[in-house]
Design a protein around this ligand. Sequence first.
Ligand code: DX5
Ligand code: ZN
Length: 220
Amino acid sequence: MIKIAPSLLAADFACLKEELAKVKDADYLHVDVMDGHFVPNISFGPPVIAAAAAVSTLPLDVHLMVNEPERLIPDIFAAGQGKIDCITVHWEACRHIHRTLQVIRNLKVRVGVSLNPATPVLNLKYILPLIDRMLIMTVNPGFGGQAFLSEVVPKIEDAARLISSLKAGCEIEVDGGIDRQTAPVVVNAGAKILVAGTAIFRAPDPARAIKDLRRASEVK
Ligand code: DX5
Ligand code: ZN
């Protein structure tokens, strides 16, 4: 079954509790941490994650868009108060990614690695057994509300082929510009988890938008 992960970045932070109640029927809450260095934007850090964890019933899917993320991981983990399902770091942001993945694994949460649009899937080949979730960016990371990059679709297909050829138990997640039109395209290519910010939180009825995304994902 396709899983839906609303991105907190698109929520109205002035009424977080009400916003999170609207997406309670999703599968995960996607949490974007940005440092102003790895990406040109700053979002939020542990205090906001702690506030979201306190009022949301969803498991947290944490996406770290920060350089050398291992120094931040302990504080992020603590802020999640036991609700973190997965911590994802960027391949491009880690000098020694194998070590970083071990740091995450030791916390007994799922291990995710994200790839920018230009980064090849093959970069993950030899560490694939260590990865539970491959987060393929379908926009350049840093901002919500950007247009889906259709040139990334063949990369999702490559990722699905690599995972199946190595019999790895890694799920493909996509992030950026996902809506009712692009959801079936990425699901056909092999995506299993869909992150959506604008298409859910900026919709007139976010609960309905989640249902619509699920329906649009029933493609096979
Ligand atoms: C972008 C973030 C995304 C973002 C997606 O760098 O990683 O999670 O919130 O937003 P939409 O769905 O609006 O493209
Ligand atoms: Zn994200």
